[in-house]
Design a protein around this ligand. Structure first.
Ligand code: F42
Length: 156
């Protein structure tokens, strides 16, 4: 089931408008980053403190049905606010074009992070410049589909 609650649109106009266009067109418009032509997904999450619904466009980094969420914020010195939201409330809705699904976010470390970082840079090369620009290690989450609700186990 998808996340429910009061939605607080981003204070940044370009973010707010991209989310609005993406969603109102059913994932057929506003699906790329400016003129790069590179695809974007929308991650809907719950605020760590407010409990309200937040929507964040991120670059589409997909591999075998899983996605990375890269907390780059353009190489800014501090993590984006949504980083704490995903840590506190890992259950999210992900919209990729017309498709929407509930997923669980998990922050990556060590080899897993390295592997997904490579995929992220392949999908969106400026991530590499963002990492050079900042002293923080840019966090990478993997978003994984929720396991399907299986049949109830029967006690013999
Ligand atoms: N940002 C990335 O980090 N990575 C990407 O790959 C990426 C791609 C991308 C593509 C298209 C596009 O339009 C934007 C893209 N962005 C990307 C930018 C991204 O969408 C975010 O705007 C950016 O990362 C900054 O995120 P932020 O969460 O720091 O944004 C601030 C300005 C913001 O919107 N804050 C809100 C506010 O009202 O101030 C939300 C606040 C919030 O979530 N509050 C929490 C709550 O509980 O409600 C509190 C959390 C706490 O603990 O303080």
């Amino acid at each position: 089931m998808s996340l429910e609650g009061e939605y607080d649109p981003s204070p940044a106009r370009w973010i707010r408008e991209q989310v609005e266009l993406y969603e109102s067109s059913g994932g057929t418009q506003g699906t790329t980053l400016w003129d790069t032509g590179l695809p974007v997904v929308i991650v809907t999450m719950r605020g760590a403190k407010s409990g309200r619904i937040r929507k964040v466009p991120l670059m589409r980094v997909e591999h075998e049905g899983r996605y990375a969420a890269v907390a780059s914020k353009g190489g800014f010195p501090r993590h984006p606010v949504w980083y704490r939201n995903l840590q506190a409330n890992p259950r999210v809705d992900l919209q990729d074009g017309p498709d929407r699904q509930t997923m669980t976010a998990r922050e990556l470390t060590a080899d897993e992070r390295t592997q997904w970082w490579r995929r992220a840079v392949a999908a969106y090369p400026p991530y590499a410049e963002y990492q050079e620009k900042t002293d923080r290690v840019i966090p990478v989450f993997v978003l994984e589909p929720e396991p399907p609700a299986g049949p109830r186990s029967v006690t013999p």
